[in-house]
Write a protein that binds this ligand. Structure first.
Ligand code: ADP
Length: 198
């Protein structure tokens, strides 16, 4: 770790369409850490026709969560790799209370802890509008109306409540996800830097 680059172990959360992936990539560059998107890893495996890909495809296509044991094992493997030694930004994990417990265990085993949990907020109308645009551009299998609605519902029921749990641990940084991409990155970095000792 160089003196200008602090370690940063981060989670980014927020509903579908809030801009998590975009901001995760920008923060990864800012702090020189890998962005780890569970959805991207699943999609790469589906595309590559791997065993993991075949296992998860039926869930991701419908917008359902992949079973925890599959997702947890994948994240544990990923966080054991050398490139996460000075940090990471997790996008798409944890997504339910059981995954929070699992992540705590993975990090405890590695002897590290989270530095912050970022939550991007946006209202449902804005999210739906962004998702429609993204569907046209990316053509993702789970960007059908049904799968989008399913994912937003699961987010509201299972993932959004995790923010309270992280707030109770004083890890939560909530940022408005509406605005210019750069402006939002600026808000995130302004909140994060003092916590990271930058
Ligand atoms: P989005 O946030 O737009 O739903 P992601 O790329 O984060 O998209 O995830 C795509 C799909 O991958 C999810 O709908 C789900 O099926 C699966 N997935 C990703 N992360 C997890 C997770 N932490 N637990 C279970 N399933 C997951």
């Amino acid at each position: 770790m160089s003196s200008s680059t602090p370690s940063a172990r981060l989670v980014i959360m927020g509903p579908q369409g809030a801009g998590k992936g975009t901001q995760a990539a920008r923060l990864a560059e800012t702090y020189d850490i890998p962005a780890i998107s569970t959805g991207d890893i699943f999609r790469a495996n589906i595309k590559g026709g791997t065993e993991l890909g075949r296992l998860v495809q039926e869930y991701t296509a419908k917008g359902d969560l992949v079973p925890d044991e599959v997702t947890n094992a994948m994240v544990r493997d990923r966080l054991a790799q050398d490139d996460v030694a000075s940090g990471f930004i997790l996008d798409g994990y944890p997504r339910n209370a059981a995954q929070v417990v699992e992540l705590d265990g993975i990090l405890a085993d590695l002897g590290v802890a989270l530095d912050g949990v970022l939550e991007l907020t946006a209202d449902r109308a804005e999210l739906l509008e962004r998702m429609r645009k993204r569907a046209e551009i990316e053509g993702r299998e789970d960007d059908t109306d049904e799968a989008i609605a399913r994912r937003l519902d699961i987010y509201a029921e299972q993932t959004a409540p995790l923010a309270d749990a992280y707030a109770a641990r004083d890890l939560l940084i909530q940022v408005d996800g509406i605005g210019e991409v750069e402006e939002i990155t600026g808000r995130l970095v302004a909140e994060l830097n003092p916590r990271l000792g930058v």
